[in-house]
Design a protein around this ligand. Structure first.
Ligand code: HEM
Length: 145
């Protein structure tokens, strides 16, 4: 990610943070609209899940200028997601719900440049998570990076 993209992601996340609860609600509603079968994967309290989601995004946003340092933890997070029943194709749906939520929450502040920056961050995180998941899945040949 470029320095400008990092700035755009931070700036937009700061605007979403005060409406985190609403954003999380919007996100899950959109996600389950896009793929109703995903609802059964979430066993816990959705408000709590929403807080975890925003915390995790916040942590990623804070580490943007040293993303490679948090990548091992992100890979492990991906491996844990296998046990939650998450499959590779679900990452695309979650990415769509995330971008939709940001657009809905930020409106005109969510410029095409900000959207591209978020898409890049999500692509980096989900690639690391899928890599960690593949390495954790038995019977799948994984290529270590
Ligand atoms: C960049 C992408 C993602 C991030 C940062 C993320 C983050 C997290 C975090 C921090 C947790 C808390 C539990 C833990 O730390 O192990 C969690 C749980 C979970 N995530 Fe994700 N996740 C991502 C993608 C996905 C995708 C694609 C799905 C597919 C639907 C998904 C479904 C779940 C489920 C089902 C749980 C467990 C919920 C429960 O305990 O009921 N996540 N996620």
């Amino acid at each position: 990610m470029t320095g400008e993209q990092i700035r755009l992601v931070r700036e937009s996340f700061e605007k979403v943070a005060p409406i985190a609860g609403t954003a999380a609600q919007l996100f899950y509603a959109r996600l389950f609209d896009l793929d109703p079968s995903l609802e059964s994967l979430f066993k816990g309290d959705m408000a709590e899940q929403g807080r975890k989601l925003m915390q995790m995004i916040g942590a990623a946003v804070r580490s943007l200028d040293r993303l490679e340092q948090v990548m091992p933890a992100v890979r492990t997070l991906g491996a844990r997601h296998v046990a939650y029943g998450v499959r590779e194709e679900h990452y695309r749906t979650v990415g769509r719900a995330l971008i939709w939520t940001l657009r809905k929450g930020l409106r005109e502040d969510f410029t095409p440049e900000a959207e591209a920056a978020w898409a890049e961050l999500y692509a980096a995180l989900s690639a690391a998570m899928k890599g960690g998941a593949a390495a954790a899945r038995p019977g799948v040949v994984a290529f270590a990076r």
